[in-house]
Design a protein around this ligand. Structure first.
Ligand code: MUC
Ligand code: MG
Length: 392
């Protein structure tokens, strides 16, 4: 049975009925492969095909929710691969959730925590699908569960990451001209710092109109590199430096941050709430990048935002280059945050040649539109999905 807000609260199942109606009946995990529009480089990996796991959770009432488990460059950005995600879901998480009501998301998260350590991408996708199915059942946007949307759009940046300065300048000019992006993240660290700085210099000279510039070093620099090259980054008017040092070097990040006139952003260093607290209180950065792959669930993502703020960090809406399903899951939380001063980086839906949803997210006037529910507000296109499913 499908419910809609129009049917009125009186017709919605309540209490035990809601638990029975929303009992999890089936969880499927399918590997999807989509080519990117160009190679995307990070300090420690490079890819031109995006792979992710589509998670489909079906409830007793017949309603299905969807979620996306992202990886970046195989088990490289974090430890999960699409193969490990699929097998952990099939072998451990799905059996642990059989019969659990989607109307009790805390119980869903607790059962997953008991069944598997970490595996955040797998858990995050299941939780997103559970919230999607629950919100669809109740006829409300998924953001309702995180406090309700306080914004209907979020500023969104674009990442320049081919490593070819001419291509990057052209790409940035096109994004500005289309009024899609005016803030940019430049991926550094896959070349020498000197070469990185030459790329940045060229972009600054050849692309007028860029607003914010964030550089993401993805852990590639040493503390000495930071000392040497931070003055040049300041001259190039870089606004934010993301994770220059290895993720486990909290002391180093704190020393660099203390000397840096440019704020630092904590990314790979902090997954758990304790790590976020430690990073914030040690002064490792003044901004925290929120990501489902680090939090392992939408509830934990929403809590991570509070923890980061209370530890002294501003919020940035991070991504792992998800398509529209994963981006919509993040937006359900981001839309409800009282403060999101750095906007988000969910440009992922545009980095790939196609999508598997009928209603890809919309970027206009430099903002990403928060899809309106019910649920996450995006719907599978079964034909496109069939073409994108990995068969071997
Ligand atoms: C990261 O490290 O931030 C997000 C955007 C991008 O280009 O890489 C990812 C991961
Ligand atoms: Mg990063």
């Amino acid at each position: 049975m499908a419910y809609s807000a129009a049917e009125g609260a009186g017709t919605l199942p309540q209490g035990q009925d809601l638990n029975r109606e929303t009992a999890i009946r089936e969880i499927r995990a399918q590997i999807v492969t989509l080519p990117s529009i160009r190679a995307h480089r990070l300090s420690n990996t490079e890819f031109s095909t995006r792979e992710f796991v589509l998670v489909r959770v079906r409830l007793a009432n017949g309603i299905e929710g969807i979620g996306e488990a992202a990886v970046l460059g195989g088990p490289r950005w974090a430890e999960e691969s699409v193969e490990s995600i699929q097998s952990v879901i099939t072998r451990y998480l799905a059996p642990a959730l059989a019969g659990c009501p989607a109307a009790q998301p805390a119980a869903v998260a607790a059962r997953m925590a008991r069944a598997a350590f970490r595996n955040n991408s797998a858990k995050g996708a299941i939780e997103a699908a559970v919230f999607d199915a629950l919100a669809r059942t109740l006829g409300v946007p998924a953001a309702t569960f995180f406090g309700g949307a306080v914004r209907d759009r979020v500023p969104v940046l674009w990442a320049l990451a081919s490593g070819d300065a001419d291509q990057e300048a052209e790409e940035a000019r096109a994004k500005l001209a289309a009024r899609e992006h005016r803030d940019f993240k430049i991926k550094l660290g896959f070349d020498s710092p000197e070469a990185d700085l030459r790329r940045l210099q060229k972009l600054r000279e050849e692309v007028p109109g860029m607003r914010r510039l964030i550089v993401d070093v993805n852990q590639a620099w040493s503390e000495a590199d930071c000392r040497r090259y931070l003055p040049a980054l300041q001259e190039l008017q870089v606004d934010l430096i993301e994770q220059p040092l290895p993720g486990d070097d909290f002391e180093g990040m704190a020393r660099v941050a203390a000397r840096s006139p440019i704020p630092l952003m904590v990314d790979e260093a902090a997954f758990t709430h304790r790590e976020i607290t430690r990073a914030g209180t040690m002064g490792c950065g003044s901004v925290y990048s929120l990501k489902l792959v680090k939090s392992g669930g939408l509830m934990a993502l929403s809590q991570a935002a509070r923890v980061a703020e209370s530890s002294g960090m501003e919020l940035y809406g991070g991504c792992l280059l998800e398509g529209s399903i994963g981006a919509a899951a993040h937006l359900a939380v981001f839309a409800a945050l009282p403060r999101l001063p750095w906007g988000c980086e969910h440009f992922g839906p545009r980095l790939h040649v196609s999508e598997i949803v009928r209603d890809p997210l919309v970027i206009e006037d430099f903002h990403l539109r928060v899809p309106q529910g019910p649920g996450l507000g995006v719907h599978l296109d079964e034909d496109r999905l069939r073409d994108a499913l990995r068969t071997s």
